[in-house]
Write a protein that binds this ligand. Sequence first.
Ligand SMILES: Cc1cc2nc3c(=O)[nH]c(=O)nc-3n(C[C@H](O)[C@H](O)[C@H](O)COP(=O)(O)OP(=O)(O)OC[C@H]3O[C@@H](n4cnc5c(N)ncnc54)[C@H](O)[C@@H]3O)c2cc1C
Length: 435
Amino acid sequence: MSALPEPSPLDAELRLPEHLQAILGSIETLHAEEVAPREQALKHRLSDESQYLDTDGKLHPEIIEARRQIMAAAGAAGVYSAHLPKRLGGGGLGRTDMIYVEEKVYGYGCRLNPALLSWSEGATPRLLYCHEHQREQFTDPLVRGQKTSLHAVTESGAGSNLFDMKTHAVKRGDDWVLSGAKAYITNAFDADVAQVLAMTHPGHGRRSFTYFMFDTREYLSKGYRIGKVYQTMFGDGYTGEIFFDDMVLPESAIIGEPGQGFDIAVMSFNYTRMRRAGMCSGWSKYLIEQSLDRVKSRQIGDKPLGANQGIQWMLADMYVDWLQARSLSLEVARAIDSPGPWYRLPRPKDEIRKICALKVSNDESFYRVADRALQVHGGYGVMRNTEVNKLFQIARNLRIPGGTDEVQRTTIAETLGLRFEASKSAPASAGKTRQ
Ligand SMILES: Cc1cc2nc3c(=O)[nH]c(=O)nc-3n(C[C@H](O)[C@H](O)[C@H](O)COP(=O)(O)OP(=O)(O)OC[C@H]3O[C@@H](n4cnc5c(N)ncnc54)[C@H](O)[C@@H]3O)c2cc1C
């Protein structure tokens, strides 16, 4: 008889709230019934980089299909959109509760399990600004995990500073004509729905931008083009460029109101940053558990690797990083939940500062955990097809998207009073334009 696996020493520290037992139980069931069998069936692709991607360097269609099936199953079980309000068909959970949900999902590693929860390609907070006429075609299927979307803000010449954006839309009669190009877009090749930020009212400060939403397949013959796949360091086959060649869109394609794009974008970025909490906690926990297993089972000479103090201290440092980031995340989440739902605008300034701190803390703690996890795994950790290696690469990447960690620091400093008037030679918009 094989021995039962040892319980993780970290599990006891999660202190899962009683009222979340049902959703956490659903995640366990979904993992056992929807995720694990598909991971087993696609083992050859998930553990071999050359089979993970198709011959054109894009994510293999079998993996895309498996992810879509998991998303839809998680949607039907009320997990996928647990973060959205009930009026949209979501679960109505606050940020504190979502940390427990996220860390449960990401605690399984980085194969197909992340598809259980909506990320930037799914039920994003931009849906809160969709109109009733967009509900049947876009909002409902995105909330249920039956469709996926892309979010297009960044351009090759405009990343951290939104006011560098060249993509623009101009009014022509009752329609808008959208022109430009977007870079580094997640889910560029498979998205059913595009959500695009464009400059519509140049010179109007925060009111300069508008969001548009359209069906990607419908517009492929009407000026929408998909470009190359970027070969990212973590080999996702999922990030690409898109173009708008004078696309004509009706007024009904607008999310929110004309000129409201900046505020919706900032709210979306804040959500992405808050989302780091459970994601980084779950993945860090997973790496600590993998590393504990490794150093206990790996014999070096006459003793386990983990008997060496140098290795023990690395594990201790990983634990300290995990605990620190997780504690800060829960503290920030409680502060966000207390004045009302996280999506209600405007938000207090000190809350923005805390959300920036949350992103920096989680990105950097998780990166240190992943670095040490790779180190204690030795040569095995360097192999590209291992999950430890993949998570290390993902951890390095996370410090860039969602507003880089430097930009978060700048916002923290500014909200502490270190905001200075731009010099006369600087653009008028300087100082209040970053992601
Ligand atoms: C894998 C991946 C997926 C992505 N997915 C999407 C997506 O789905 N949709 C989307 O719209 N975008 C996406 N992005 C783009 C991402 O949001 C941008 O890369 C990011 O905002 C940084 O912009 P940039 O690359 O232009 O860097 P830049 O703005 O050129 O910044 C370069 C460096 O300068 C630093 N810097 C910039 N301004 C300041 C400042 N004021 N003070 C100090 N330092 C500063 C930055 O921190 C960074 O280190 C993705 C990126 C990656 C890598």
